[in-house]
Every structure is written in structure tokens, then in C-alpha cells.
Design a protein around this ligand. Structure first.
Ligand code: HEM
Ligand code: HEM
Length: 175
């Protein structure tokens, strides 16, 4: 279950690959909104964007706690760039939905996820700085995350194919 210095454990692997699949879906819904606004494609994908975004936020918090619990017992990082890259992925998956939720709160509208109330909403003016924060940064941070994920996948491939590098895929993939 737990990580070792030779490989990641089951919990880390399930979180890593499970979240990779959920993020793929999240980007399909973002892409549907960006490229296919007001079409059947957007109508199909977009309704899952907010609820799945909240699920991803909960999962990344659990994953952060798990990473901290295992921090002295994980495969060693292959370098400073890898360490900073992984840290940036954590930061972006954490901050992107938080910024969206701040905007959601600022709108004053009630908000629920799978029938569970998150905000009850409020009367009166919406909170402009909260609206601006989300409006200026949420989508942009999301696209930067996609860029970093693409770089991450490319680097995993590069380390696998280059004989001078450590192949890191087995530590995250093999049983
Ligand atoms: C890890 C989680 C999330 C990711 C990666 C993500 C990603 C994105 C991206 C890339 C866009 C830009 C789409 C475009 O350019 O049209 C976007 C838009 C949007 N997202 Fe998210 N999102 C996440 C979570 C959330 C959450 C939790 C909410 C709501 C509570 C939310 C609400 C919205 C809304 C309303 C838009 C359209 C307005 C805008 O572009 O800012 N997202 N999201
Ligand atoms: C096809 C997609 C992906 C592949 C092939 C892949 C591959 C890998 C590999 C081989 C490692 C181990 C690296 C090492 O120990 O040095 C790793 C770790 C990691 N990956 Fe991915 N990855 C993918 C998708 C993602 C996505 C979408 C995220 C987004 C958050 C992500 C975040 C991380 C993080 C944060 C680590 C460090 C270990 C941890 O804390 O879980 N990966 N990945």
C-alpha cells in the first residue's frame, strides 16, 4: 500500500492514474467549452466540469497529505527539474479549482455538488474581486496545467527512451 524507495505503492498509483483519467475528462469539458460553445458537444461535456473540478480538488488534498506522509519513503527524485515539475503540478491542480470556487462564491449564487450543498448563496451585490480573480486566472491556470502535464508525459517518455537517463515509468506503473 505504502511507497518504498524502489517504487510507488498502490495508493499513490491509484491516485496518480485515477486523477490522470479524471483530468483528461476535465480538459475535454474545458475544450468543449472553448472550441464548441453552444453545440451538442458542449452540452454533453460541460455539465460535469464544476462537479468533477470539486472532486479533483478533494483528491489533490488527499494526495498531498499522502505524499507528505510518504515523503521520506519514496523513490528518489531524478533531479531538481523533476522535483519542481511535480511540485508545480500539485500547485496547479490545487489552485485552479480553488480560484474557480472563490469566483463561484463571489457570484452570490447557491452551489451544490451531487446534491451536496457547498455554498448557500447570498442576497445583494456580487463580490467583484472574487469574480475578477476567477475571471482573470481560472481558465488560464487550467491551460497552463495542461501544458505542464504534456511536458510531464514527454519527460517520462524521454527518460524511458534515453539510455543515459533513469526509466521512471516502472516505479509508477509496475505492480
Ligand atoms: C482541476 C480542476 C479544474 C481544471 C483543470 C479546470 C480547467 C478549466 C479550463 C482550462 C477552463 C477554460 C475553458 C475556456 O477557455 O473556455 C475552465 C473554465 C471554467 N471553469 Fe474550470 N477547471 C477546474 C475546476 C473548476 C471548478 C471547481 C469550477 C467551479 C466551481 C470551474 C468552473 C469553470 C467555469 C465557470 C469556467 C468558464 C469560465 C472561465 O473560463 O473561467 N472549474 N476550467
Ligand atoms: C499519460 C500520463 C502520465 C504519465 C505517463 C505519467 C508518468 C509519471 C511517472 C513515470 C512518474 C514517476 C516519476 C518519478 O518518480 O520521477 C510520475 C509521477 C508524478 N506524476 Fe505523472 N504521469 C502522467 C500523468 C500525470 C498527470 C495528469 C498528473 C497531474 C497532476 C501527474 C502528476 C504527477 C506527480 C505529481 C508525480 C510525482 C509523484 C506523486 O506525487 O504522485 N502525472 N508520473
Amino acid at each position: 500500500m505504502k511507497d518504498t524507495t524502489a517504487a510507488y505503492g498502490t495508493i499513490t498509483k491509484v491516485l496518480h492514474w485515477g486523477m490522470a483519467l479524471l483530468l483528461l475528462w476535465q480538459f475535454l469539458s474545458a475544450g468543449a467549452r472553448y472550441f464548441f460553445e453552444d453545440t451538442a458537444i458542449e452540452a454533453f461535456f460541460w455539465p460535469s466540469h464544476k462537479p468533477l473540478g470539486v472532486v479533483l480538488l478533494v483528491l489533490i488534498v488527499l494526495r498531498l497529505v499522502w505524499a507528505l506522509m510518504n515523503r521520506n519513503n519514496r523513490p528518489p527524485s531524478v533531479g531538481m527539474a523533476a522535483k519542481l515539475g511535480h511540485l508545480s503540478l500539485y500547485a496547479l491542480v490545487l489552485l485552479t479549482p480553488i480560484v474557480a470556487l472563490i469566483r463561484q462564491y463571489g457570484s452570490g449564487r447557491s452551489f451544490e455538488v451531487f446534491g451536496i450543498p457547498v455554498f448557500s448563496g447570498f442576497e445583494g451585490e456580487r463580490i467583484e474581486w472574487m469574480m475578477d480573480l476567477g475571471g482573470n486566472f481560472h481558465g488560464e491556470m487550467g491551460w497552463v496545467l495542461l501544458l505542464f502535464v504534456t511536458g510531464h508525459i514527454f519527460m517520462a517518455y524521454h527518460h524511458r527512451k534515453n539510455p543515459n537517463k533513469t526509466d521512471v515509468l516502472p516505479r509508477m506503473w509496475k505492480k
